[in-house]
Design a protein around this ligand. Structure first.
Ligand code: HEC
Length: 312
C-alpha cells in the first residue's frame, strides 16, 4: 500500500530531491518501494559558498559525503551515503523506506535496521532536515541535544549508521564541506551524466593532494571512494548492449586501483603521471558514453521501466 501512496504523492509534489544512491544496493538491501524515479533523476543544485574553488578539506568532505563506505551496516550495503538523505545539502524530501518512514522525507535513525546497538525500541521517524546554513547553528538534531557539528557528524556515522570510528581528517573534511552549504533557495536540476563526470574530475583533482604529500593511506582511501562513485555511474548503463560504456568505466576504476597500488609501493612519480592521464581521459570521455546515454538509466523513462522489472 505504501508504494501506491508514494506513487500518488510523486505525481502531485512539485519538486523532489534525488536519492543519489546505489540502485543495485538499494534493490538488494532495502524493502520494495524504497526507490523512486523522480528522486533518482532530479536533485537540488548544490551551490557552495565560494563556488567550485574549495580547499582540499571541502573537496574530500564532498567526496566522503557521497561515499557509502563512510557509513557501516545496512546503509553501506544499500549504497546509502549522507547525500542520499541530504541531497546536495538539502533535505531529500522524497526519501522513503517502507517500515522506517511515516511519510516521504522522514526516517527512523534509531532503528536496528541501521545499527542493532542504536535501536531505541520505539517507532520514531524524524523529518530529514536540510543542512543548509548549518554553520550558523549552535545546536544540532531536532532535539537540539548536541552543541558541535563535529560531534553530531561522528554520532551520525558511528551510532546511527554503524560506521567505523572516523579519523580526525575525515571529520574535519565532513565538517568543512557542511559549513560551505550556504542557505539558498531550492532549484531543481536533472541528475546528469555530464555532472557526474565533472564530479569525477573534481575528485581526481583532490586525489592529487595525497599523491603530492606521498600519503599512501589517504590515497588508498580516496581511490576506494572514487571507485564507488564510478560504480554509481556504471549502474546507470545497465543494458546488455552497453558493454562498451561499462567496460570504459571499469577500466577507469582499475586505473584508480593501480594508482593506489603504485602509491603503496611508493612509486610516486608513476602514480602522479597515471592520475594526470586518467584525469585527461575523464575530461574528454569517449563517445561511447554519450551514444548510450539516451538508453541509460539517467533517462527517467528508462529508469522507470528498469525499476518495474521483476527482481533481478
Ligand atoms: C537515512 C537518512 C540519513 C542519512 C544517510 C544521513 N542523515 Fe543526517 N539526518 C537525518 C535525519 C532524520 C536527521 C534528524 C535527526 C535528529 O534530529 O536526530 C538528520 C540530521 C542531521 C544533522 C543535524 C542537522 C541540524 O540542523 O540539526 C546533521 C548535521 C546531519 N544529519 C549530517 C549528516 C551527515 C554528515 C551524514 C553522513 C555521514 C548524514 N547526516 C547521513 C537523516 C540522515
Amino acid at each position: 500500500m505504501r508504494r501506491l501512496v508514494l506513487g500518488v504523492l510523486l505525481a502531485v509534489l512539485p519538486s523532489l530531491a534525488a536519492q543519489a544512491q546505489s540502485l543495485v544496493g538499494a534493490l538488494e538491501w532495502l524493502p520494495p518501494g524504497s526507490l523512486s524515479v523522480d528522486a533518482l533523476t532530479r536533485h537540488p543544485q548544490e551551490q557552495l559558498e565560494g563556488g567550485e574553488r574549495q580547499s582540499f578539506y571541502v573537496e574530500f568532505g564532498r567526496l566522503a559525503f557521497r561515499s557509502p563506505d563512510v557509513l557501516g551496516g545496512t546503509a553501506r550495503k544499500a549504497g546509502l551515503s549522507c547525500q542520499a538523505c541530504h541531497a546536495n545539502g538539502f533535505a531529500t524530501t522524497a526519501f522513503l523506506i517502507p517500515g522506517l518512514s511515516n511519510k516521504p522525507g522522514s526516517i527512523d535513525v534509531s532503528h536496528a535496521f541501521w545499527n542493532l546497538r542504536g535501536e531505541d525500541g520505539s517507532d520514531n521517524p524524524l523529518e530529514i532536515p536540510s543542512l543548509r546554513g548549518v554553520k550558523t547553528k549552535d545546536r544540532f538534531g531536532l532535539d537540539r541535544r548536541t552543541a558541535s557539528l563535529r560531534d553530531f557528524t561522528r554520532r551520525v556515522i558511528v551510532t546511527e549508521f554503524s560506521g567505523a570510528e572516523p579519523d580526525a581528517l575525515l571529520l574535519d573534511a565532513l565538517v568543512a564541506y557542511q559549513e560551505k552549504l550556504q542557505p539558498t533557495a531550492v532549484v531543481y536540476e536533472p541528475v546528469s551524466l555530464r555532472q557526474d563526470l565533472a564530479d569525477l574530475t573534481r575528485y581526481l583533482d583532490a586525489l592529487r593532494v595525497p599523491l603530492a604529500e606521498e600519503e599512501p593511506v589517504l590515497a588508498e582511501r580516496m581511490t576506494v571512494m572514487i571507485r564507488g562513485q564510478i560504480g554509481f555511474i556504471h549502474e546507470r548503463f545497465a543494458e546488455d548492449d552497453m558493454r562498451g560504456s561499462r567496460g570504459l568505466l571499469e577500466e577507469w576504476s582499475r586505473q584508480l586501483a593501480r594508482i593506489a597500488q603504485q602509491a603503496e609501493r611508493s612509486d610516486w612519480v608513476q602514480a602522479r603521471s597515471a592520475l594526470a592521464e586518467l584525469r585527461q581521459a575523464m575530461a574528454t570521455p569517449p563517445a561511447v558514453l554519450a551514444a548510450d546515454l539516451p538508453r541509460s538509466l539517467y533517462e527517467p523513462e528508462k529508469l522507470k521501466a528498469w525499476l518495474s522489472k521483476p527482481v533481478r
